[in-house]
Design a protein around this ligand. Structure first.
Ligand code: GRF
Length: 201
């Protein structure tokens, strides 16, 4: 069984969705570790409640990004982590980290990439006035929000949508899509060729 480390800086609803999917054996993997850069992250409470080992590492304790990531990677190797799952982790991952886990780090983004990159994707899509937005799961590369796309799912923006109503629908979609992508990943079903990701049958 593959070992996962889930990274989350905040509320951790995606972490919860993954925990639930693992419990129901919809994703056959072991969540070995939850990592956060935010001591107040609710995701740490979720990890504790689920009986999952967790680590809080304060970026202020490290001289730069690479030394922070070297510390994290040492722990990942110690725990024999196979895949890194970013779920609302608000830090940029260094090239060092990416090289250590090539095509083994995935992220979820609340828009249809390459549209609306960055941290305000839901409100950016709403403000832009697009009629369709959605969710993207992708591999993490050194290009921010630019790695090969694994899965996407779309939804319509309604005329009376607010940031709250749209965010709710986006999150619901995320909670379905992320476990689906993880299931493919841990079963070795994803083949990356350049920018493209193929699902093996
Ligand atoms: C999600 O919208 C995800 O797409 C983005 O950060 C948010 C995290 O939400 N990367 P949560 O902490 O999982 O509730």
């Amino acid at each position: 069984m593959k070992n996962l480390a889930v990274f989350s800086s905040g509320f951790g609803s995606n972490l919860q969705a993954i925990v639930n999917s693992v419990k129901k054996s919809k994703v056959k993997a072991n969540i070995a570790l939850v990592i956060s850069d935010n001591v107040d992250a609710y995701s740490l409470v979720r990890a504790k409640k689920a009986g999952i080992d967790f680590l809080y590492a304060d970026p202020a304790d490290f001289k730069d990004r690479t030394s922070y990531d070297k510390f994290i990677v040492r722990r990942l190797k110690k725990e024999k982590i196979d895949y890194v799952v970013l779920a609302g982790f608000m830090r940029i991952i260094s090239d060092y980290f990416i090289r250590q886990y090539k095509h083994k780090i995935i992220n979820i983004h609340p828009a249809l990439l390459p549209s609306f990159k960055g941290t305000q994707a839901i409100s950016d899509a709403l403000d832009y006035g697009v009629k369709v937005t959605g969710v993207t799961v992708h591999f993490v590369t050194s290009t921010l929000d630019g790695g090969p796309v694994i899965l996407q799912s779309a939804l319509d923006i309604k005329d009376d949508d607010t940031l709250i109503s749209l965010s709710e629908r986006i999150h619901r979609l995320e909670h379905k899509l992320y476990p689906k992508a993880l299931d493919l990943l841990v079963n070795g079903k994803l083949l990356v060729k350049g920018r493209k990701v193929f699902v093996k049958r």
